[in-house]
Each structure stands twice: as structure tokens, then as C-alpha cells.
Design a protein around this ligand. Structure first.
Ligand SMILES: [Zn+2]
Ligand SMILES: [Zn+2]
Length: 100
């Protein structure tokens, strides 16, 4: 059975993103933040081979706490458009590893 998983990432400025582990292994690795282009400094590789949370790639991993809340504005259609995404501290839970 092949490995399935999600690579959760935080950049140097605390922006969160996630990438499919197989895509990263065989195609391209996400090394820069999509928000601010800073280097990804920490990753949490969540193994989903056994079906845990499959289909929920956008569920935030546990223990993420924002030290800056998202900022945004409500448009005339009533959507909340994020102009500045939230920023997180690296959780001290042993799951996150520094990217070398
Ligand atoms: Zn960033
Ligand atoms: Zn809108």
C-alpha cells in the first residue's frame, strides 16, 4: 500500500499551508510560502495511509494557535474576503519538525 498523507507547513512568518505528500514526493516540493514567499521553516507530515481523515485535507492540524488573527473585509455580496491570513506559532507538540 502506498503512502498517503498531508504535509502541513508553516513559513518563517507563521502562515499555514498544506500539500499532498505524494505530489511533493514525485512532482514538486513546496519550499516557499504562497502568501509571503518566505521559506517554509516547519513541517508536520501527517500519515493518512490507514485512512485517517482521508478526504479532509483542509482540516487544520491540532494545536495551531494564531498569534495574529486573519484580517479581511465583507464585500457587498456578504462574503468575508481574507486580505491578510492568520499567522500561527509552531506548536510545541512534537509533531512539527524544522525543515533543513
Ligand atoms: Zn508566509
Ligand atoms: Zn465577495
Amino acid at each position: 500500500m502506498s503512502y498517503e498523507g498531508i504535509n502541513h507547513k508553516l513559513c518563517a512568518n507563521g502562515h499555514y499551508s498544506a500539500a499532498d505528500a505524494m505530489t511533493e514526493m514525485y512532482e514538486s516540493r513546496v519550499a516557499l510560502c504562497y502568501v509571503c514567499q518566505a521559506a517554509i521553516t516547519h513541517e508536520f507530515a501527517q500519515d493518512q495511509t490507514n485512512g485517517d481523515d482521508v478526504g479532509n485535507p483542509h482540516t487544520l492540524p491540532p494545536n495551531l494557535e494564531a498569534f495574529v488573527k486573519a484580517k479581511g473585509e465583507r464585500c457587498n455580496l456578504g462574503h468575508f474576503h481574507v486580505t491578510e491570513p492568520e499567522r500561527f506559532d509552531v506548536p510545541d507538540d512534537g509533531l512539527w519538525k524544522a525543515v533543513k
